[in-house]
Design a protein around this ligand. Structure first.
Ligand SMILES: Cc1cc2nc3c(=O)[nH]c(=O)nc-3n(C[C@H](O)[C@H](O)[C@H](O)COP(=O)(O)OP(=O)(O)OC[C@H]3O[C@@H](n4cnc5c(N)ncnc54)[C@H](O)[C@@H]3O)c2cc1C
Length: 309
């Protein structure tokens, strides 16, 4: 039997971890705050021995409820803070606790960035972003975080610590060829899908990494992430387009997409009413506002495309 880990069981601490950004409120049995990979691995082995459910948690900003539960909440937002940037290889190696903002602050001075930009980047952790396959306004051009992850270090359900790399194969998962075929035939062909495991990406690449990305902490603990970085564009320009009716977007957006924007974000009537409530006067009859960003190699190109838009 493995040793009993150090768990926090005070009711006010359990209450603090009973909520995330979502609507759920579930009081956990206890909270653990591991300070190292070895400590986490020991906790996982204890949980396997005692059949105690563990719930990984980063900043708690996920809204789908994966960061709360009845078992032991494992807070990974504190003990995994190492961060190094390798400009020659355009890579950032970040511990699970390191946020999107911290990665970009370290990379910016080297002319690099992590392109997908979740609006929660100020607090979303590396472990949380991988586990939710986070995306943001720039995902239009850069996709979700999936394609920017080179490798993750994990602690599996058996307490084993290992590194899972892009191109590293299926690991312990062995989908039969007919299963792959079924997924290929029937999985929804959508631009973005955050429901369940990314079986389509996994069937296509055969990489365990694709199964782990977006798995909401159900398959393994992520302790470290190798992020791919990209050079920051020299120039950027933006435009805000107002519409009297939402339906007009269906004609406009295909035209805008042809101009290769780097980000598009819609502010609908609900959001605009918050803007007005904050004291900003908007044109009468405005149904929605489309914010569009263009990144270009030169200021002239950026200004030119704004004119086209
Ligand atoms: C104001 C606001 C704006 C947001 N904007 C966006 C947005 O633009 N795009 C977007 O995609 N999301 C957005 N979100 C949702 C959320 O911020 C992201 O999903 C974020 O990536 C979650 O990171 P986190 O560290 O808070 O993870 P948590 O919320 O703590 O956890 C999320 C899930 O990941 C699992 N998990 C966390 N850490 C680990 C780990 N180390 N190992 C294994 N599993 C782990 C948890 O079990 C849970 O299932 C937003 C949320 C808020 C509140």
């Amino acid at each position: 039997m493995t040793a009993e880990p150090s768990l926090l069981t005070e009711s006010r601490i359990r209450a603090a971890y009973s909520e995330g950004a979502g609507i759920y409120r579930i009081l956990p049995r206890a909270v653990a705050v591991p300070g190292s990979v070895a400590e986490l691995a020991a906790l996982v082995r204890w949980a396997a021995d005692t059949r105690a459910p563990l719930v990984p948690r980063g900043a708690g900003s996920g809204m789908a409820g994966g960061n709360v539960g009845r078992g032991v909440i494992v807070d990974l937002s504190q003990g995994f803070r190492a961060l190094t940037v390798d400009p020659a290889r355009r890579l950032a190696r970040a511990g699970a606790s390191v946020t999107w903002a911290e990665i970009n602050a370290a990379a910016r001075g080297l002319g690099l960035r992590l392109p997908p930009d979740p609006s929660s980047g100020a607090f979303a952790t590396s472990g949380g972003m991988v586990s939710t396959n986070a995306a943001g306004p720039r995902s239009l051009r850069y996709g979700s975080v999936r394609r920017w992850i080179d490798a993750v270090e994990i602690v599996g359900a058996d307490g084993e610590i290992r590194v899972v790399r892009r191109g590293g194969g299926a690991g312990p998962w062995h989908p039969a060829p007919e299963t792959r075929h079924l997924v290929d035939q029937h999985f929804p062909k959508t631009r973005k899908n955050s429901s369940g495991y990314a079986l389509d990406a996994f069937a296509q690449s055969g990489d365990e990494l694709d199964l782990l990305i977006g798995s909401e902490g159900t398959l393994a603990f992520i302790t470290q992430v190798d992020w791919r970085l990209e050079p920051i564009f020299p120039d950027v320009a933006g435009v805000a387009l107002g519409f009297g009716e939402l339906e007009a977007l269906s004609d406009t957006v295909p035209y805008l997409l042809a101009l290769n924007p780097s980000a598009v974000e819609l502010l609908d009537r609900t959001i605009l009413s918050f803007v007005e409530a904050a004291g900003v006067t908007l044109p009468a009859g405005l149904a929605c506002l489309l914010l569009v960003e263009f990144e270009r190699e030169t200021a002239m190109a950026a200004r030119g495309v704004v004119g086209d838009a």
